[in-house]
Design a protein around this ligand. Structure first.
Ligand SMILES: O=C(O)CCC(=O)C1=CC=C[C@@H](O)[C@@H]1C(=O)O
Ligand SMILES: [Mg+2]
Length: 326
């Protein structure tokens, strides 16, 4: 596919800083560079600490969205989960209220500075509020193998659908999965960082390290590349966001809408954790679903959320450097 030149990328680039309503990943604002090309809008928003090599896949995804467009969808809406950051148990209800009705909830656990007691209390509170929902946890690799097994034993009474990246290392993930099976714990193991941050996103599947994979468009380099990884992995996939504006969420919806099978609700409702967007019709969940529809972005909203000058310059320099790696 033909790639835009750096001049073409810079021509439409706008940098925004959107306030978070609930702190997530230590972030109070989410910065993103928004681009417009012949096929629509694209988002380039690797987290600030990512290096240029890791950021290149994010730019490929933005170029796909804005210059090439998305594959033909096979469904017209996608189910989504609520996402509960590592808040105190008392803070769970107001967070859930932001998402409206949902059939699944993903709960962050293993946050630095917190204990298993905090995690159990948070999961118990979600279960108390939503007795029927499918619950998943995401440790972002924050546990050791032993800690993960202790935690999964302690959380078993709350009926978890799956545990996302309980440990960081892929070999450890496999060990946790095997031990969970040996102990008969009723929880599946999902890989996220082991897919999106790995040199080889298929290693997890080849080594039987997970029961399912989490796929995110930007870190994997676009909808088509993510579809290809899912097909080659041969494992069920959960589509999730990278905490994007509606532009990035639209790409996640495109992926979820094009997968031949979509057995799990997607982690694409994260705009509910933000206080603003670049679209006047943000892709927010309605009754636990997101529609597959075109997206409008307005100058007015790009202006309203315009990033401070120094941050905008930082992003434009990053875009120039990373475009050399496409
Ligand atoms: O999957 C979800 O419910 C929401 C998205 C989400 O959790 C994440 C988005 C962006 C960065 C990550 O720290 C995080 C994740 O680990 O899955
Ligand atoms: Mg994750």
């Amino acid at each position: 596919m033909k790639q835009p030149t750096v001049e073409e990328l810079l021509a439409s680039a706008r940098v925004v800083s959107v306030p978070m309503s609930v702190r997530f990943r230590e972030l109070t604002h989410r910065e993103a560079l928004i681009l417009q090309g012949p096929a629509g809008w694209g988002e380039f928003s690797p987290f600030p600490e990512y290096d240029d090599d890791e950021s290149a896949t994010w730019l490929r995804a933005a170029v796909e969205a804005a210059w090439h467009g998305f594959p033909t969808p096979v469904r017209s809406r996608v189910p989504v989960n609520a996402t509960v950051p590592a808040v105190q148990a008392s803070g769970v209800e107001p967070v859930l209220a932001r998402f409206g009705a949902v059939s699944a909830v993903k709960i962050k656990v293993a946050e630095r500075g917190q204990s298993l007691f905090d995690d159990v209390a948070r999961v118990a509170e979600v279960r108390r509020l939503l007795p029927e929902a499918n619950l998943r946890i995401d440790a972002n690799g924050g546990w050791s193998t032993a800690e993960a097994l202790t935690a999964l034993e302690s959380l078993a009474p709350y009926s978890l659908e799956y545990a996302e990246q309980p440990v960081m290392d892929t070999a450890d993930l496999r060990a946790v999965r095997l031990e969970v099976q040996r102990r008969g714990l009723p929880v599946l193991i999902a890989a996220d960082e082991s897919v999106r941050k790995a040199e080889d996103p298929l290693r997890v599947a080849r080594e039987d390290a997970a029961d399912l994979i989490v796929v995110k468009v930007a870190p994997l380099g676009g909808v088509r590349r993510a579809l290809d990884i899912v097909a080659q992995a041969g494992l069920p996939a959960v589509v999730s966001s990278a905490l994007d504006t509606s532009v990035g969420i639209r790409a996640g919806v495109a992926l979820a809408a094009s997968l031949p099978e979509l057995p799990y609700a997607c982690g694409l409702a994260t705009l509910s954790l933000m206080d603003g967007d670049v679209s006047p019709e943000p892709l927010l969940p309605d009754g636990g679903w997101l529609p597959v529809r075109p997206l409008t972005v307005t100058e007015e909203l790009l202006d309203r959320h315009e990033a401070p000058r120094d941050r905008a310059n930082w992003w434009l320099e990053r875009l120039k450097r990373v475009s050399g790696k496409l």
